[in-house]
Design a protein around this ligand. Structure first.
Ligand code: SF4
Length: 450
């Protein structure tokens, strides 16, 4: 049975205008006496809904009239002149994501434990966040207003979760009816307007693989270069998503997908000059196959989706290591443990071993199991405080480096609600959150990590 979404597209209730959260001292914003808590309602008579609207409506304008609702409740109209491109010095409230109206079989929200951080349950489907951060949307409930906004404000590129170009298969995966699943009209409008699209497929064994995948890649590639790339990433299951319609991804499945997609890539390279369809790193790692070379990924169009991240990291690591050698650096003072997921640990370990041999450091890599989400979750960013504590005996040295994605972006809290200082007390060592890309720099820095 198909599950049909019954909820309409929900736009969160919002107040008029956009709120200023910070004003840089001595900036233009401070000069016109605007303060945190004030809301900009209109720019030159045009309504402002969020900071993207503010950016768009002020761009290129030197004479401006701002309608402002002051924090005090007063309404101001501010007339000002500014130099071309002069910054206002404002920081604005974050965009509140608009929610999706789908019931995807594999939705990550279904795979969360009940007590997981609230933000993990946000089902965002927001073309603004797609443009700003590369979040994927399905376009199944895009409104005319949103469509016009993308086109008028040039919110390009857009990242679209296609999953399958076979409408019935797409409808099944998304839990919507065929009419909603068919986004050919929406896609054509975006492409005809010159909006760049990157597509994504979440590959679910037995549903959108094999011939369906073949058709999806070829259909999307027929729109190249208007559609620039398609990222193919594997279904991830936690122990909480037990939907019987889903089959877990296995190493054998990953090997078959690599074989299938490599052949398609070869044909596409000959036809359009690019691989176009790029497999997520996880597929290679789980299959135990080598990660493709740098040239395979072009300009890494979907790296944030875990496509080419490992290759890029290895390149960056090698470059930093060479720089360190040229400078004759030594790292004898660095004795600690780098914690990561079980998927990435085999990639990182040999690099760190070579680093130790060259620079005299004593660093070890601990790939730890994710007991909080369970299932086949093995990525570093989803590890929790509990997972770290249960791996205590595998931690050695004077400090611990953890992936910064383990923490909330604005607070030192882990996905299971545990605070960073609780973990430090439990482990009895300093714990430093580090971005993967920053790892070589942090290790080569002279900062005392202990
Ligand atoms: S996977 Fe995305 S589009 Fe599908 S239900 Fe979840 S949030 Fe919505």
């Amino acid at each position: 049975m198909y599950e049909f979404a019954v909820t309409p597209a929900v736009t969160n209730i919002r107040r008029r205008g956009v709120e200023i959260t910070e004003v840089t001292p001595e900036s233009l914003g401070a000069e016109i006496e605007l303060e945190p808590g004030d809301r900009i309602i209109k720019v030159n008579g045009r309504v402002v809904r969020d900071y993207l609207d503010f950016r768009f409506q002020t761009a290129g304008e030197t004479e401006l009239v701002l309608d402002v609702r002051k924090k005090s409740g007063e309404d101001w109209q501010v007339e000002l002149e500014r130099d071309e491109g002069e910054d206002f010095g404002f920081t604005f409230e974050q965009i509140v994501p608009r929610q999706c109206a789908n019931e995807c079989l594999f939705c990550f929200c279904k795979g969360n434990p009940d007590d997981a951080r609230k933000s993990l349950f946000v089902r965002d489907e927001d073309v603004r966040l797609s443009f700003l951060y590369g979040n994927y949307t399905t376009l199944t409930s895009i409104t005319e207003d949103e469509m016009q906004r993308i086109i008028e404000q040039r919110l390009s590129p857009q990242y679209v979760s296609v999953h399958a170009t076979d409408v019935k298969v797409r409808a099944y995966l998304l839990g919507v009816d065929n009419k909603r699943a068919d986004i050919s009209t929406q896609m054509n409008r975006l492409l005809d307007a010159g909006i760049e699209v990157h597509a994504q497929v979440v590959l679910c064994p037995g549903i959108n693989d094999e011939e369906v995948l073949h058709k999806t890649i070829n259909d999307l590639a027929s729109e190249f270069p208007r559609i620039t790339s398609v990222a193919i990433v594997p279904l991830g299951l936690t122990r909480y998503n037990t939907d019987a319609r889903l089959t877990a991804v296995t190493p054998e499945f990953c090997s078959r997908v690599i074989d299938q997609v490599s052949k398609i890539q070869e044909t596409l390279r000959a036809r359009i000059g690019t691989n176009f369809a790029l497999l997520g790193d996880e597929i290679y790692l789980r299959a135990g196959k080598p990660i493709p070379s740098r040239s395979h990924y072009g300009d890494y169009p979907q790296i944030e989706d875990g496509v080419g991240m490992v290759r890029s990291f290895k390149e960056q690591f090698a470059a930093t290591t060479r720089r360190m050698q040229r400078r004759g650096m030594q790292l004898e003072h660095q004795r600690g443990t780098i914690v990561t997921g079980t998927l990435f640990a085999p990639v990182l370990r040999p690099l760190i071993e070579r680093l130790n041999a060259k620079f005299g450091s004593a660093l070890s890599v601990a790939g730890i199991d994710n007991t909080y989400f369970g299932g086949d979750v093995s990525v570093a960013g989803l590890l929790t405080g509990q997972d770290l504590l249960s791996a205590r005996e595998r931690i050695s040295g004077d400090f611990v480096l953890i992936p910064k994605q383990m923490l909330k972006s604005d607070e030192d809290v882990m996905l299971d609600g545990m605070k960073l200082d609780q973990v430090q007390k439990g482990i009895r060592l300093p714990v430093h959150p580090v971005g993967l890309a920053d790892l070589p720099r942090v290790l080569s820095s002279r900062i005392a990590l202990n």
